[in-house]
Design a binder for this molecule. Structure first.
Ligand code: TTP
Ligand code: MG
Length: 391
């Protein structure tokens, strides 16, 4: 294998119970208590995350809030405050930037850093990793779990294995001993389906997987079969890609009662599309892929995406696609949750009409509406069709 790749020094940082920890930090009354972030338990929404005190009761991300309350009636439920967490995320990134320009953000609370070229300046990768962890604690009063290894796959496993407040270094000679006992579900890209197929072959741990040759895995799983072969040996050549922006922007809503009426649902899709468009424009982004997500009354979740020919940040484009995706689903059951999101983002100005030749008028109108909202508040102007819903 490429000697250089073996010698890379990659750090993975993942904040502990991120949204909940920020809330606990800012309100001493919440410290040491079970805190669930996601909204009120009677809202039918799901938990974004919860404090480690709440995890003792079995509460987890994506669990319905009502279920969280059943498990821990004394838990404190808080709404999600993305602008606040975004601000903290920026502060964390300012710390990272002291050590390397090669920072790849994965989400608000998680990033990879390639510090291979920073060693001469800062001593060792271990020192950089420890300093980052300590600075997050001292300057931001938050704990992060940090992993250090020679590639992304191992660094992420390392940061996860001792959560919360973890600090794990995987040295070259320890890689296989570290990996062997782990269940195959811990391998990057192994979801429930792949895991099931591997279990049928009696492959449960990474050690089991190592006994299978590459040709067989390739035949069975295609390209990702090769990936399995290499990851089982701790080999991962993916570079840290700096400057990658947030991967997606989305909005979803859980209804207070399951909804069947198509017209009302379309009105919600319009409202969500408008919010997503606004978020895109606020961040100076445009997007190419639009996704509609629907959760049925029985919690079965389906999502459908459409990639456009060019980038857009217009509400009407997002709505048109999301609405078509919804129609194509031809669902007959009542719906519990609906969400619209966009990905494949680009930043900067690309003026491209998508559907209409007079899109420039639409862009002008959108800009005017944005300006009014900025000056007079988000609810100061709204589409007539949305008025009924907001009432
Ligand atoms: P995670 O890093 O997955 O979770 P966490 O930081 O809360 O807890 P830990 O890392 O210690 O296990 O996600 C980071 C944030 O992203 C989390 O605080 C809330 C948000 N999030 C959601 O909104 N929905 C989700 O389903 C998940 C998993 C996370
Ligand atoms: Mg985290």
């Amino acid at each position: 294998m490429d000697i250089f790749l073996k010698q890379r020094q990659i750090i993975h940082v993942d904040m502990d119970a991120f949204y909940a920890s920020v809330e606990q930090r800012d309100n001493p009354n919440l410290q040491g208590k079970p805190v669930v972030v996601g909204g009120t338990p009677n809202s039918r929404g799901v938990a974004s995350t919860c404090s480690y005190e709440a995890r003792k009761y079995g509460i987890r991300s994506a669990m319905p809030l009502a279920e969280a309350e059943r498990r821990c009636p004394q838990a404190i439920f808080l709404p999600v405050d993305i602008p606040k967490y975004y601000e903290v995320s920026q502060q964390i990134h300012r710390i990272f930037e002291n050590y390397t320009p090669l920072v790849e953000p994965i989400s608000l609370d998680e990033a990879f850093l390639d510090v291979t070229a920073s060693l001469r300046l800062f001593g060792s990768a271990q020192m950089i990793a420890l300093e980052i962890k300590n600075r997050i604690k001292e300057e931001l009063k938050l704990t992060a779990s940090v992993g250090l290894a020679c590639n992304k796959f191992l660094a992420k496993l390392a940061s996860d294995i001792q959560k919360p407040d973890g600090f794990v270094i995987i040295n070259e000679e320890e890689i296989q001993a570290f990996l062997d006992p782990l269940p195959i579900e811990r391998i990057w890209g192994v979801g429930p389906k792949t895991a099931e197929q591997l279990h049928k072959l009696n492959i449960r741990t990474i050690k089991d997987l190592k006994n299978i040759d590459e040709a067989f895995l390739r035949k069975k799983f295609g390209l990702s079969g090769s990936q399995l072969y290499y990851l089982a040996r701790g080999i991962d050549k993916r570079p840290v890609e700096p400057g990658r922006e947030a991967k997606s922007i989305g909005r979803e809503t859980t209804f207070s009662e399951d909804l069947l009426d198509r017209e009302t649902l379309q009105t919600y899709i319009l409202g969500l599309s408008t919010d997503v468009g606004r978020k895109l424009r606020k961040g100076s982004f445009r997007a190419k892929t639009i996704t509609l997500k629907v959760r049925l009354a029985d919690f079965k979740t389906v999502s459908r995406s459409k990639t456009l020919e060019s980038y857009t940040n217009l509400d009407q484009d997002i709505f048109r696609e999301a609405s078509l995706l919804f129609k194509d689903l031809q669902l007959k059951q009542p719906i519990r949750l609906i969400g619209v999101s966009v990905r494949n983002l680009t930043s900067g100005e690309i003026q491209q009409s998508l559907f209409e030749t007079d899109n420039r008028d639409q862009e002008k109108l959108t800009k005017t509406i944005d300006t009014i909202k900025e000056r007079f508040g988000e609810n100061s102007i709204t589409l007539a069709r949305l008025l009924k819903k907001r009432d």
